[in-house]
Design a protein around this ligand. Structure first.
Ligand SMILES: *Cc1c(COP(=O)(O)O)cnc(C)c1O
Length: 425
């Protein structure tokens, strides 16, 4: 028995499912989670001493690779001064200024501790601002695990095949309307049916929790117009795409400006951080200036801010950072496309910037329903094959591959070789 297997057995006795987040479970791919001990650059090493090229990157934050020296040093330096004050600090001002600088639509920003919190708070702000309760989300988009958002959610909810969560009162989800990603008609129909009652439309500007699903040409700008015409706010959940597709996230990449944006993952450099921000007239409604209450004991924590600032600072100042990362990613996914074509299997590949997903289906993947046509048994076999070859992928068909700046051509070649062997078997 490996040490991971031993730890997992013990974990099962004292942690639900043995994991602190369901997406870490390996049940759907028929394996036992590898318990990790350390990570550096492009690699993670498990407790049995096996090293993997890591395409999860802590689910997105590790865009610079693991344990970047500048981020680590900033954290250590902050620790020397104290771990938490529960009072205002200069680091929070620096962080807010940097976010406003990098993302032009952000006029004011509030720091929180997770993406879940960021979304929950942004939706509350939108409802407070518009005085309307109904919100529209899209099937397959994941917006964290707050009650109102666990309706047709992606990520782990999709993998587990649980459409909704138990324990969510009907009253909490009755105002959440669900539309179909990339289908304007489905959104227009909801606006028609609930005239004057829709406060906000929230979406991942690139779907990255049902695999990777890019927005169709014009989809985001048409949503923008529909919201504006109907007095609803447009919220981009950029918890994954923020600071990944570019300095100004998906909104810069596609040139569409939301009213509010949520951040997480990359923004914390590996520490538990989220943020929401946007239009000044909306954000000024947040307590203590306005009547929309939102608070947090550890929000803007100095150690977390140090990590986030160091990482965002590097992303901001490194010339051609995104051009290089996206180019490397294009090269890698083009090579995967060639392997698919050579195999004659017709599998689908979606990619935006440094996010990509290989779907085990022959149907183009444009929304939740088409993503669901994937052969998850085949994915499970692929996942186990890659794991044995030292390539660490997310243990679900419905998650992205995250490339990092630390990955070398050699790492990617190794990955391609392992994929080719799988297709050839
Ligand atoms: C991960 C994620 C969240 C939730 O963030 P947590 O930090 O896990 O709470 C919300 N929205 C999107 C798009 C995400 O990918």
């Amino acid at each position: 028995m490996t040490k991971s297997e031993r730890l997992f057995q013990e974990a099962l006795t004292c942690i639900p499912g043995g994991v602190n987040s369901p997406v870490r479970a390996f049940g759907s791919v028929g394996a036992v989670p590898r318990f990790m001990e350390k990570a550096q650059g492009a690699y993670m090493t498990d407790v049995d001493g096996r090293t993997y090229v890591d395409f999860v990157g802590s689910w997105g934050p590790m865009i610079l690779g693991h344990n970047h020296p500048r981020v680590r040093e900033a954290v250590l330096k902050a620790c020397e001064k104290g771990l938490s004050f529960g009072a205002a600090t200069e680091a929070e001002v620096d962080m807010a200024r940097l976010i406003c600088q990098m993302v032009p639509s952000i006029e004011m920003v509030r720091m929180v501790n997770s993406g879940t919190e960021a979304v929950m708070s942004a939706v509350r702000a939108a409802r407070g601002f518009t005085g309307r309760d109904k919100i529209i989300k899209f099937a397959g988009c994941y917006h964290g695990h707050s009650d109102a958002m666990l309706v047709k959610a992606g990520s782990g909810v999709m993998t587990a095949g649980v459409p909704d969560s138990a324990g969510v009162p009907g009253g909490c989800s009755q105002d959440t309307l669900t539309a179909i990603y990339n289908d304007m008609q489905s959104v227009e129909a909801l606006f028609e049916a609930w005239k004057g009652e829709i406060g906000a439309v929230i979406l991942e500007p690139v779907g990255a929790n049902m695999g990777v699903v890019p927005p169709a040409e014009g989809f985001l700008s048409r949503l923008r117009k529909l919201c504006t015409d109907n007095g609803a706010l447009l919220i981009f959940d950029e918890v994954i795409t923020g600071f990944r597709l570019g300095r100004d996230g998906a909104q810069g990449y596609y040139g569409v400006t939301p009213d509010l944006t949520t951040f997480g993952k990359i923004i914390g450099g590996g520490m538990p951080v989220g943020a929401y921000g946007g239009r000044r007239d909306v954000m000024e409604l947040i307590a203590p200036t306005g009547p929309v209450y939102q608070a947090g004991t550890l929000s803007g924590n100095p150690v977390a801010m140090a990590a986030g600032m160091a990482q965002l600072g590097l992303l901001q100042e490194t010339e051609d950072f995104y051009e290089k990362l996206n180019e490397k990613s294009r090269w890698f996914f083009d090579r995967i496309q060639e392997l698919i074509e050579k195999s004659g299997r017709g599998y689908q590949l979606n990619r935006v910037g440094s996010l990509g997903c290989l779907f085990f289906t022959t149907e183009p993947v444009v929304d939740y329903a088409s993503a669901k046509t994937s052969d998850t048994k085949e994915f499970a076999a692929y996942f186990r094959h890659m794991l044995e070859a030292g390539i660490y992928l997310a243990p679900s068909q419905f998650e992205a591959m995250f490339l990092s700046a630390a990955m070398t051509e050699e790492d990617l070649e190794r990955t391609l070789t392992a994929m080719e062997r799988f297709f050839d078997r």
